[in-house]
Ligand binder design. Structure first.
Ligand SMILES: [Zn+2]
Length: 132
């Protein structure tokens, strides 16, 4: 009673190079850069640029300044207010720099009302982000 039957010579001859080829193919595919599937976009973090220091950061790390249709400019904490917006680092320095260099005016498409600046600064100072 033999448990193992001898391999058929015909089959052996056919499969002799197969494992090697498969291993080579596997190695090649492992080494080769994986093709990016088209149509499937990788999940990207939306980036915005601070209008003052031009630093690109994830959108949620910046604060949105919005000019409402009434002309008032304020911080848009939720980032969803209607109106023209600009992004700033959550720092007073960036707000001041943006105002000083008129970057905010440009970004919002209108000059910041002078009496609006103090309110904006107070809003910025009250942010829970810290001085980061
Ligand atoms: Zn900045």
């Amino acid at each position: 009673m033999r448990k193992t039957s001898p391999p058929e010579p015909e089959k052996e001859g056919l499969e002799k190079e197969k494992p090697e080829a498969a291993a080579r193919a596997a190695l090649l595919s492992a080494l080769a850069p994986k093709p990016v599937p088209t149509g499937l976009k990788p999940r990207k973090i939306p980036l915005r640029t601070c209008v003052a220091c031009r630093t690109e950061r994830p959108k949620r790390d910046l604060v949105r300044i919005v000019r409402t249709p009434t002309g008032q400019v304020s911080l848009d904490a939720a980032g969803r207010s209607n109106g023209r917006g600009a992004y700033l680092c959550p720092r007073l320095e960036c707000l001041k720099a943006a105002v000083k260099r008129r970057a905010l005016d440009r970004a919002l498409g209108a000059p910041l009302p002078p009496d609006n600046l103090a309110a904006l600064e107070a809003e910025m100072a009250a942010l829970p982000f810290g001085a980061g």
